[in-house]
Design a protein around this ligand. Structure first.
Ligand SMILES: Nc1ncnc2c1ncn2[C@@H]1O[C@H](COP(=O)(O)OP(=O)(O)OP(=O)(O)O)[C@@H](O)[C@H]1O
Length: 600
């Protein structure tokens, strides 16, 4: 951890403006500190020389004005700093979210090229080696802690530490220059003792760095684990494991508390030592200037000026040390945000293509209007091995999916069916072979990895095994498929998906909120809402993962009817275990152990 993290300064434009304002304010504060010292020395020496209130009133008024000026400046600096901290945090959050989802939030810049979003495979994976501690937590929980509590800790960095850092550079230099002009011997004492403080601070900083990182990692683990436990609470309660999980959370909380107390102990101790160092240094100056004043080697006003200014040289350095400790949590969090932003995409969706490749591939995925055909998909000896796995999920799979063809993928559990869909969705990229997107006429083709993920996904309607429903109205949940759709369009899609009848019986019909993850609906009803989304999306390629898994016969029949309608005139890949789908499809492909067997 550096005193000033250059990436933090480079990333957020708000930080640069803030730094400029901070430097200006710090320069003004430095001027006022010097003026105040000179004025106080002038007043005391004047009074000692017999000057009355009338002669010194201008100086007293000036001291009051300087004090007011310092108060106004520190208020202004802190207000501006908090404002820029809020902007910098917001910029970092937006970049983090854009990186994870591949979607720019309103008002934020488009995610940079090569940031197509990580997708569910990446989010579900355990976090990388950075987590350490021999345990890993799901990324989703970690990211939640990082984007909220973590980045909030940057307030201290921007509002307290950065302004103090600038003061810690400017004030001692300015004080040293003024003292040197007044009395070079005192300046020498200050110049020799001043460096002791930053040297000591650097030593403490090195020592606390590992501790602060560990403290932050533990907090992340706590966040990830907490999310996991809360989500799985019903299951844990049924298996009577809730108490055991509470014990795990208690253990991680205790570890975090210990780590925090350890860091605080060092912070307090180092503050004590810094205080001691600067007191001894000021005492040295006081003794040498006092002795020389006694022997008449310096005049009274100069001695006073040096005495008043000497502590001002050490104060900002002491303060910056204390504020450095307070802001370290935010810096550790920012480092982790940069790690996520910088992480290579190898294991995830793969980077978006270079612009020249993209232009040539774009034509292949123009939005289909007025019955234009979907592209042909060719899987050429495609293999996939997930990071951290040795056994491939898919091995040398070759398959052609023609436009309008409906393919059923079947096979035992764990044979790689969902992985094939993840490849087609660009949530993961093949570790071997290639997926080619070809014009139906056969007049052109491009590797799927050359087509921007966002553009490619526009051609796809995806109905996952466990569709995610948001705590929003039925209307808006279905509209996810096409945000600009009218109410009539949504209703039509629901009718096609056999969802309209049950939606009409809900208390507020399409305006009914579904609760977290669609808690108020049955599994079959959730599936039909997801199908309604797919109808509304009206994409030429439809991917369905186990659409009738765990449904009762009536619900399964309703979903099957809806899927039959959805597949009409579209290219479809249906992953299913049961053979009830065979009459709806043109071809059945059997996968076993990641390899394609002979079509059934
Ligand atoms: N995100 C992942 N990280 C690591 N390994 C994974 C991941 N997803 C799947 N796998 C592994 O890849 C293999 C294929 O899994 P996949 O989910 O594709 O099978 P499936 O045929 O769809 O199974 P099911 O019918 O039970 O849904 C399995 O061994 C699984 O453990």
């Amino acid at each position: 951890m550096k005193p000033l993290d250059p990436r933090l300064v480079r990333t957020a434009s708000a930080v640069r403006v803030h730094l400029a304002v901070t430097v200006l304010c710090a320069a003004a504060v430095t001027g006022l500190v010097l003026a105040q010292a000179w004025l106080v020395a002038r007043i005391i020496s004047g009074a000692a020389a017999g000057e009355g209130l009338a002669e010194l009133s201008w100086a007293i008024a000036a001291v009051a004005a300087v004090a007011l000026g310092r108060a106004a400046l520190s208020y202004g600096t802190e207000a501006a700093a908090l404002h820029s901290a809020a902007r910098a945090k917001s910029q970092l959050r937006r970049r983090l979210i854009a990186r994870v989802t591949g979607v720019a939030l309103p008002g934020s810049p488009e995610p940079p090229r090569g940031e197509p979003g990580r997708g569910p495979v990446w989010l579900a994976a355990p976090s990388g080696p950075g987590t350490g501690e021999g345990e890993s937590t799901p990324r989703a929980g970690e990211l939640a802690t990082l984007a909220t509590r973590g980045l909030d800790a940057l307030d201290d960095y921007f509002a307290r530490y950065l302004p103090q850092l600038v003061l810690a550079v400017l004030v001692p230099l300015a004080v040293l220059a003024v003292v040197a002009r007044a009395d070079w011997i005192s300046a020498l004492v200050v110049a020799l003792t001043l460096p002791l403080i930053p040297i000591f601070m650097a030593l403490v900083g090195w020592h606390t760095q590992a501790r602060t990182r560990r403290q932050w990692r533990l907090l992340n683990r706590l966040g990830g684990h907490f999310l996991d436990v809360v989500e799985g609470l019903p299951t844990l309660a049924v298996f009577r494991r809730a108490k055991a999980q509470a014990a795990v959370i208690r253990r991680i909380t205790d570890e975090h508390r210990h780590a925090t107390m350890g860091t605080l102990r060092i912070a307090f101790l180092s503050a004590l030592v810094l205080e001691l160092l600067s007191t001894i240094a000021v005492a040295l100056v006081a003794v040498e200037i006092g002795l020389r004043l006694m022997y008449g080697m310096v005049d009274y006003q100069t001695a006073l000026l040096v005495l008043i200014l000497a502590p001002e040289a050490y104060l900002p350095l002491r303060e910056v040390g204390a504020r450095f400790h307070a802001s370290m949590e935010g810096v550790a969090a920012a480092e982790q945000v940069f790690a996520v932003l910088d992480e290579r995409l190898d294991a995830a969706a793969g980077p978006d293509p270079a612009p020249e490749r993209e232009t040539s591939s774009r034509a292949l995925v123009r939005p289909c209007r007025d019955g234009c055909a979907a592209p042909r998909l060719r899987l050429d000896r495609v293999s996939l091995t997930y990071p951290g796995r040795t056994v491939p999920a898919l091995s040398e799979v070759s398959l052609v999916i023609r436009p309008g063809q409906r393919v059923l993928l079947t096979g035992p559990s764990g044979s790689g069916k969902s992985s094939l869909l993840a490849l087609l969705l660009r949530f993961v990229k093949p570790t071997g072979g290639e997926i080619l997107v070809e014009r139906p006429s056969g007049s052109g083709s491009a590797p799927l990895s050359h087509i921007p993920a966002d553009q490619w996904r526009r051609l796809i309607a995806w109905v996952p095994q466990h569709p995610y429903l948001f705590d929003d109205t039925v209307l808006d949940n279905i509209r996810l498929g096409k945000p600009e759709a009218s109410v009539a369009e949504v209703r039509r899609a629901a009718e096609l998906a056999e969802a309209h009848d049950f939606v009409s019986t809900l208390p507020q019909g399409y305006g009914t909120r579904l609760g977290e993850r669609g808690a108020r609906l049955s599994a079959g009803q959730r599936q039909r809402i997801a199908l309604a989304r797919a109808f509304l999306r009206d994409a030429p390629i439809v991917l369905l993962d186990e659409p009738t898994a765990h449904l009762d016969p009536d619900n399964a029949a309703a979903v099957r009817r809806a899927v039959a309608r959805l597949l009409e005139g579209r290219t479809g890949v249906v992953v299913a275990h049961d053979s009830g789908w065979s009459e709806l499809v043109d071809e059945t492909v059997h996968i076993t152990g990641g390899r394609i067997g002979a079509p059934l």
